[in-house]
Design a protein around this ligand. Structure first.
Ligand SMILES: [Zn+2]
Length: 668
């Protein structure tokens, strides 16, 4: 996969450096493919077991990165007056801990009793064998509750589909199938509304006391839902469990002894449950008359206690600081980031055919971390030194939902107001045909021009300017602000794709949500993405070295200018795309911090949310009459709202509880 490409320009600078003994060569330090390879080889090795957040492998990676930061003279992110006494103590000062649940276990008190109404006839069902709470289930005790079959437990105003319009689950326990009415079509209409998280939110909104989901697999242990995984997005607000198909048969009042769950599911999928009561036809098919399934199942009552323990594991961002050299500009910071966590041995996020193999994450994102460490080396050794302070951050928790970067922007080490730009590298190791994608170019008015200018091969750098120069009679264009010229391939370094949007599937999103201009470098997705086969031997190290060199020049250019990049509201790619919701509020939810409401990381300018007076840091606890405990409740409530209609939104701001009025806009 590695393209054998001559690195004439890089080589040229290496020679210049060696010959001149450096001194005043601002853009001269070059990136080394060999050093990048060393870092990727280690981070993507079996020893680190895929670097899943909260695991030993991830923490070994964190200490390694801290050691590299220390080696290149970066200051630790945590400043403590007392000098460190040991190497371990020094390294730990680069680590910014954040709360993260990596481990969910069953508690001792999980009980499931079914009482058919006679005191002497109580059946107990065993946890693990017959049922299993989900990782995000609330812990609760329910006594003597009726149970109602509720189809798939899906409720979506947009799809005009609502199982709870048929089955009344208020103050009862809902029993639902795990699938969707369209047979789990991955491109079907139920992809969003069918997510278990949204079904839990829908069940709670319908007033259910607990949600029982019928396993898809014949053996409960084989079922994906029985694995007790947790997405760090807050608990459900009600007990949510998966039950075996055998238990489901006992709980559901199947009126015909030969009727199978599969037949029941087919009836549910066909939407024939409304007022339906099955009767057998001579050919074995069922027909229906009114009223059976919307009623509680045959008088059975459920006593249920759920008890799951979510244990926090040590998880860290690694932060190293290169103090600025200019007396006043050193108060401003440029953040350079890359996440070091990956998917461990599979599970959530993995695209592997089976679980258990190490997901090496060489491109995703050992490549970005290698770039980060290489930039730390290059920028700390360059003379003159950068004028602004450069903050190098290796994030964790990215694969789990940008948890580390979200934590950082809420607990920044240098004030975000003084953070002039954030440069993110995620998957920069698979360059092919000179193609490089740069996101975020619309997040400050100067960025597009800076990127395009540095993509020209012949540049001269003066104190405050970067200018194209002619060579062999070919003069590259001078680029006006915000320009988007197609550059002759002979004159350019990369075949660039530039995206305006500051939001995207990586850590720069967390910074852009706080109005920090961002740039996002990546070489695109590939067939090994999120699979064990994303290995170190497939990285294009020469190509990556050129990207790192390019990024260094962008950082230097931003630093060279006295004026910081001018923040701009970028065109959002996702705004036009259908996300399954008809309305738009312009909120930026914090995906990490939500058990008792949905905290906002930010609010888009000129959006319904900003007009309503919502602000970053607010916690939404109720919206459109629905209680909001986590991001799924919020999204569920959003799905019920109509454009142009006014709704109340209740928030907690500091110690205050406020009610604001919001009018959603239609999604374009
Ligand atoms: Zn990833």
């Amino acid at each position: 996969m590695i393209t054998k490409r001559q690195q004439l320009l890089s080589l040229f600078w290496v020679l210049v450096l060696a010959a001149s003994g450096l001194a005043q060569q601002p853009a001269s330090t070059t990136a080394s493919p060999d050093r990048l390879r060393q870092v990727v080889d280690y981070l993507a090795s079996d020893a680190l077991e895929g670097r899943r957040t909260g695991t030993q492998g991830a923490n070994d990676a964190a200490h390694y990165i801290a050691g590299e930061f220390n080696r290149y003279g970066l200051r630790p992110g945590l400043q403590i007056a007392r000098p460190a006494r040991t190497r371990g103590e020094t390294q730990s000062r680069y680590l910014q801990p954040f709360p993260f649940v990596a481990d969910v276990t069953l508690g001792n008190n999980n009980l499931f009793y079914v009482n058919p109404g006679r005191a002497d006839d109580i059946a107990q069902f065993r946890v693990r064998e017959d049922w299993m709470p989900l990782g995000f289930s609330s812990n609760a005790s329910i006594k003597s509750s009726e149970m109602v079959f509720a189809g798939y437990g899906i409720s979506s105003a947009e799809l005009k589909y609502d199982d709870y319009a048929v089955s009344n689950v208020k103050d009862r326990v809902a029993i639902v199938f795990a699938g969707t009415p369209d047979g789990d079509n991955p491109h079907g209409q139920f992809v969003t509304a069918g997510q278990i998280r949204f079904r839990a939110a829908a069940a709670r909104a319908a007033g259910a006391r607990a949600l029982l989901i019928i396993a898809n697999e014949e053996r409960l242990k084989d079922d994906r839902l029985s694995r007790l995984t947790y997405d760090n997005a807050g608990e459900a607000g009600l007990p949510v469990l998966v039950i075996s198909r055998q238990l489901a048969r006992k709980l559901l009042y199947l009126p015909h002894p030969e009727m199978t769950l599969a037949q029941l599911e087919k009836i549910a999928a066909d939407g024939r449950l409304v007022n339906a009561k099955p009767e057998t036809k001579p050919n074995g098919e069922f027909t229906f008359s009114a009223g059976l399934f919307r009623e509680p199942t045959s008088g059975l009552r459920l006593d249920l206690t759920t008890n799951v323990t979510r244990r926090e594991s040590p998880s860290f961002n690694v932060v190293g600081i290169l103090p600025g050299s200019d007396p006043s500009l050193k108060n401003e910071a440029i953040v350079i980031g890359a996440h070091y966590d990956h998917l461990g041995r599979g599970g959530e996020g993995s695209l592997a055919a089976r679980e258990g193999q190490i997901h090496h994450g060489a491109d995703d994102n050992a490549s970005g971390v290698a770039g980060l460490i290489e930039l730390a080396r290059m920028l700390s050794s360059q003379r003159p030194k950068p004028r602004r302070t450069v903050v190098f951050i290796a994030f964790s928790g990215e694969e789990e939902g940008l948890i580390g970067s979200s934590y950082y922007v809420n607990h920044p080490i240098l004030p975000l107001a003084n953070t002039v730009a954030m440069i993110n590298m995620d998957m920069i190791g698979r360059m092919k045909d000179e193609k490089l994608i740069v996101g975020g170019v619309g997040t400050a008015s100067e960025l597009r021009t800076i990127i395009n200018t540095h993509n020209l091969k012949n540049l001269t750098t003066a104190a405050n300017r970067v200018e194209p120069v002619s060579q062999n009679g070919i003069k590259p264009p001078r680029l006006p602000l915000g320009s988007n010229l197609t550059i002759d391939p002979a004159l350019r370094h990369f075949d660039l794709t530039l995206n305006d949007d500051g939001y995207g599937p990586s850590d720069h999103s967390s910074f852009y949500s706080k109005q920090v201009p961002v740039l996002f470098f990546w070489t695109g997705t590939h067939e090994d993405y999120h699979k064990p086969s994303d290995t170190a031997d497939k990285i294009n190290y020469e190509g990556e070295a050129r990207i790192v060199w390019f990024a260094a020049n962008i950082v230097r250019d931003i630093d060279r200018n006295d004026k910081r990049p001018t923040y701009a509201v970028a065109k959002s790619e996702s705004q036009g795309r259908s996300t399954g919701f008809r309305v738009y509020l312009g909120t930026i939810p914090n995906y990490a911090d939500s058990n008792d409401g949905l905290k906002l990381d930010g609010v888009r300018d000129d959006s319904p949310a900003s007009k309503a007076g919502l602000k970053a840091g607010d916690k939404i606890v109720k919206m459109a009459g629905r209680e909001v405990k986590n991001v799924y409740d919020y999204t569920y409530a959003l799905g019920e709202m109509k454009a142009g209609q006014e709704y109340e939104v209740e928030i907690v701001r500091g110690s205050e509880r406020l009610t604001l009025r919001i009018t959603p806009a239609a999604r374009k």
